[in-house]
Every structure is written in structure tokens, then in C-alpha cells.
Design a protein around this ligand. Structure first.
Ligand SMILES: NC(=O)c1ccc[n+]([C@@H]2O[C@H](COP(=O)([O-])OP(=O)(O)OC[C@H]3O[C@@H](n4cnc5c(N)ncnc54)[C@H](OP(=O)(O)O)[C@@H]3O)[C@@H](O)[C@H]2O)c1
Length: 282
């Protein structure tokens, strides 16, 4: 299996990355360092994770060359409107202390994301960003962006795990030459996913772990994965997914776990708070 995928603008993106959601800034340095030492070359952060500074510092201090690392970050909803979007891109570059970002995503399809998309296009043309994409967008929203703008999103990062395989969305994205990327690729360790009997049996057959099986299943469907762990042993385990192959029958067994349900939901109150008051520190 190839360890990178070519985006629709020719940029190469690793197929396994390391996500840093909910990792406090002080811990981020340690774990991103461990991830780079393990061999991860994609790091996924966001303005909303409040740890961009630490991610940038580790990258700058690492012995791994910058051009070997693929750095993703995301703009938050409050920064979409007016000239906020361009300022937010400058802010991200400053917090990350980088000359460029490899992949810049719009975190949520809310607010004035048209305006934000135009700012992303401008940043890509200026060379501040190598590729641009979206996250949590429905396919019709991605289509809308493509029809009415110059540059098509290279990636859509969405919630994908064996209990929520998003088959239709993935097929549509692949047909549209957009790379599907799974956030929460291990189901955020919820809903008993790590003790699921089907996944446990398949893992046993391959002398692998349930986590590795979940990640491999996505990779074999052409989906990029960005697992998160703060434990070094798991960081290593989650990267050890290139030495086995699930059979077509095993892929079907995992597909059949589909509960057709997205697990990540936020109450209206939580959304009001998250989408109206957040501001990343400069
Ligand atoms: N675009 C978006 O809206 C969005 C939303 C959510 C996430 N994301 C991105 O996607 C990344 C991954 O998603 P996620 O962090 O939500 O969920 P995830 O990677 O599916 O699961 C993380 C959970 O699984 C546990 N875990 C990790 N490896 C394990 C293993 N080998 N065995 C057992 N448990 C394991 C972790 O615990 P420990 O840390 O204790 O090991 C943590 O509780 C994020 O870090 C972020 O970069 C994006």
C-alpha cells in the first residue's frame, strides 16, 4: 500500500497522520515529538485546538526536515467573515511559526464559508498554503463550493469509523477527485468500539489490535486516517498498519457494522458557545 496519496493539485499527502484534538499545549510538544520519531509525517491541528504554537515549535525543533512533514490546520467559524479570514490565515502562520501550511481546512460549514473559501484560494495562490479543503461538509456543500469557485477542495475531513462508514459520502468524494479523511477513525474510543466482537475476531486472525484493524479498514477504502493518542505505545501501534491486509470478506464484515449514525453531536447551547465565543490566542 502506498504511504501517500496525490491530491487534486498534485501535492502528496501521507495516508496516516497524527491528530492533536483535546491535547493540552504543554503535552502536545511531547506527543508530537513521539509521533515524528515513530514515523508519522502528517500532523493535524486546528485553531480551535489551541495547540498550534506547540505543534509548530516541535516541527521547527525536529530533526525531520520541514519538507518531509505535512502540516494541517483549520480555520474556525468566527474567522470566516469579512477580512477576518485573511487575518486568521496570517494568525495561523504566526502561531505555527511556519512559512507555509500544507493543508488548510474550513473546520465547519457554518457562517460565511464562501468568503473564507475565497481567502483560502488567495492563500494557496500566494504560496502560503499548498492545498485547501473542508471539514464536516456535506457533499452538496462541497459541490456548491466547486461550482461557484475557482479551486476545488482537495480534502473533506469527516467523522468516519466502522460504526459510521459514510459509504455514500466517500464514494462521492472519490468520484469528485477529493480525498476523504477520517476524523475519529477509531470512533473516539466510544460505543464499545474497541471491544466489538467482529473487530476483535478479525484482529486476532491477523495478530493485530482492534485499533489497527479499524485504521487499516479505512486505508483499504482510500480514506486517510489521523488517529490520536497521548500514549507512546498506542502512537506506535496506530502507525503499524502497513504490514497486513484485510481480506474482501473481512472488509464486508466490517462494513456490515454500519449503524448509519453520526456519533458526534452538540446541543444547540454547546454550539452557540463554541461557534460564537472562541478566539485562538495570538
Ligand atoms: N474536523 C473535525 O471536526 C474533527 C473532529 C474531531 C477530531 N478531529 C481530528 O481527528 C483526530 C482523531 O480523532 P479523535 O481524537 O477525536 O478520535 P480517535 O482518534 O478516533 O480516538 C481517540 C481515542 O482513542 C483512544 N485510543 C487511541 N489509540 C488507541 C489504541 N491503539 N487503543 C485503544 N485506545 C486508543 C485515545 O485515548 P488515549 O489518547 O488515552 O490513548 C482517545 O480516547 C483528532 O485528534 C483531530 O486531529 C477533527
Amino acid at each position: 500500500m502506498e504511504k501517500t496519496v496525490k491530491l487534486n493539485n498534485g501535492v502528496e499527502m501521507p495516508v496516516v497522520g497524527y491528530g492533536v484534538f483535546r491535547i493540552p499545549e504543554d503535552e502536545t510538544k511531547k506527543v508530537v515529538g513521539e509521533a515524528l520519531d515513530t514515523g508519522y509525517r502528517l500532523i493535524d491541528t486546528a485553531a480551535g485546538y489551541l495547540n498550534e504554537k506547540a505543534v509548530g515549535q516541535v516541527i521547527n525543533d525536529s530533526s525531520v526536515l520541514r519538507d518531509q512533514i505535512f502540516l494541517t490546520t483549520k480555520l474556525w467559524v468566527q474567522d470566516y467573515a469579512g477580512d477576518n479570514a485573511e487575518k486568521a490565515i496570517d494568525g495561523a502562520l504566526k502561531r505555527l511559526d511556519q512559512d507555509y501550511i500544507d493543508l488548510l481546512l474550513l473546520h465547519q460549514p457554518m457562517g460565511d464559508y464562501y468568503n473564507a473559501w475565497c481567502a483560502l484560494e488567495k492563500a494557496q495562490k500566494a504560496g502560503n498554503v499548498r492545498a485547501i479543503g473542508v471539514s464536516n461538509f456535506e457533499s452538496y456543500q462541497v459541490a456548491d463550493l466547486i461550482v461557484h469557485n475557482e479551486i476545488a477542495p482537495a480534502v473533506n475531513q469527516i467523522e468516519i469509523n466502522p460504526l459510521n462508514p459514510e459509504n455514500d459520502n466517500i464514494n462521492w468524494l472519490k468520484e469528485s477527485n477529493i480525498v476523504p479523511e477520517a476524523w475519529g477513525p477509531m470512533g473516539q474510543a466510544a460505543n464499545g468500539i474497541f471491544t466489538n466482537p467482529v473487530l476483535t475476531e478479525i484482529a486476532k486472525n491477523h495478530h493485530k489490535t482492534v485499533g489497527e484493524v479499524m485504521l487499516r479498514w479505512n486505508l483499504q477504502r482510500g480514506v486517510v486516517v489521523i488517529p490520536k493518542s497521548v500514549h507512546e505505545a498506542r502512537i506506535k501501534e496506530n502507525f503499524d498498519v502497513f504490514d497486513f491486509e484485510l481480506t474482501p470478506d473481512e472488509m464486508k464484515e466490517i462494513d456490515a457494522l454500519d449503524k448509519d449514525k453520526r456519533y458526534f453531536t452538540m446541543s444547540l447551547e454547546a454550539q452557540k458557545s463554541a461557534f460564537s465565543s472562541f478566539k485562538p490566542a495570538d
